[in-house]
Design a protein around this ligand. Structure first.
Ligand SMILES: [Fe+2]
Ligand SMILES: [Fe+2]
Length: 340
């Protein structure tokens, strides 16, 4: 017998389709999107609040609690977790004398150091990466890594991972190392010293695991004025020397500097940015909303949101570190940017 769908009313047909786990295209929005919606509004997280949370977690949460780390994530209220729909950002604290178990995951991860020392390091793929203030460490996916704090102070850094993307793709794999105190150190010498710049043994691709602040700051200060961006002022991307491309295939890390009193022009783009005020203070206007930030604060500039930045001090420079999913948008051909 031939199946028949209701033909009396469109509502009856819609209902019948639903019962068959089907849906008519006409049941969605009346028109296709003319342009994307931001995933949510801009958001600001104050360092003072994060610091208080970390201080309490330092007392209450051990480093191996429930197979995880002592890290506090930015949790955007428009999402079920994460700072943007693609990226997660957190602040992690490792106490003096602590070491954190080794693990690996398919998520790409980076660390930007807020408080470090020559006696704090991450072991990544067996290489020792020293963590001093302003250093950036990269952790490509599926590499073993652990952290060691042999200094007398807390070590604090930012973690950013492509969690939202990997979760959407259902490609999250995670593995803890079987040895509790595993260090897997190939050499006691910091990888940034063993393989500076793009130097590597003949036939081997250069592998940049850390970008030292002692190199990043002079590069920012000495940028040629004609290389400044009208939208981001002095801005540099941490590029992978092996590919010449972005920090990771899925996201990139940027560092930017605003001179005292400097104000940028407004633009918007399909990529998200999660920003951290590393130095100074300022205001970022996102879709008409003013976010007033000081050193240590975080804020998110959602996709396709008009934004501009201003250094509110007439004396001090401001420096913003950010992570963006722009490489992902470019890879799939949907990066777009618009200026007013
Ligand atoms: Fe990890
Ligand atoms: Fe921008």
């Amino acid at each position: 017998m031939l199946t028949k769908a209701p033909m009396d009313k469109i509502e009856s047909l819609n209902e019948w389709l639903g019962e068959q786990e089907l849906r008519g295209l006409w049941q969605g929005k009346a028109a296709l999107y003319r342009e994307p919606d931001p995933f949510g509004p801009a958001r600001l997280w104050k360092w003072d609040t994060l610091r208080a949370g970390l201080e309490a977690a330092t007392e209450l949460v051990p480093t191996d609690y429930r197979d995880t780390r002592r890290a506090i994530h930015l949790s955007h209220p428009s999402l079920s977790g994460g700072a943007t729909n693609t990226l997660a950002m957190a602040v992690q604290l490792v106490k003096a004398g602590e070491s954190v178990f080794a693990h690996r995951h398919t998520l790409a991860a980076m660390r930007f150091v807020i408080q470090g020392s020559p006696d704090v390091c991450t072991i990544t793929d067996g290489e020792k990466c020293v963590m001093e203030r302003g250093d950036l460490l990269v952790q490509r996916n599926w590499g073993w890594h652990n952290h060691i704090n042999d200094s007398p102070e807390h070590a604090i850094w930012i973690d950013c991972l492509d969690t939202g993307l990997m979760s959407m793709l259902r490609t999250e794999f995670f593995e803890s190392h079987s040895e509790e105190k595993f260090q897997m150190q190939r050499s006691q010498v910091d990888s940034a010293i063993r393989t500076p710049g793009a130097l590597s043994p003949p036939g081997q691709a250069p592998q940049k695991l850390s970008y030292k602040w002692s190199e990043t700051l002079p590069a920012l200060l000495d940028m040629l004025p004609e290389h400044k961006s009208p939208f981001d002022a002095r801005v540099l991307e941490y590029r992978d020397p092996a590919t010449g491309g972005s920090t990771f295939p899925t996201f990139s890390c940027w560092i930017q500097m605003l001179e005292p009193g400097e104000e940028t022009a407004a633009h918007r783009h399909t990529a998200n940015h999660v920003c951290y005020a590393f130095e100074g203070s300022g205001t970022s206007e996102v879709e008409g909303e003013e976010m007033v930030w000081e050193e240590g604060d975080f804020f998110v500039v959602p996709n396709w949101s008009w934004h501009r930045h201003r250094n509110s001090s007439n004396k001090e420079r401001s420096i913003i570190f950010s992570c963006t999913d722009r490489p992902l948008m470019e890879a799939v051909g949907v990066y777009r940017e618009q200026a007013r």
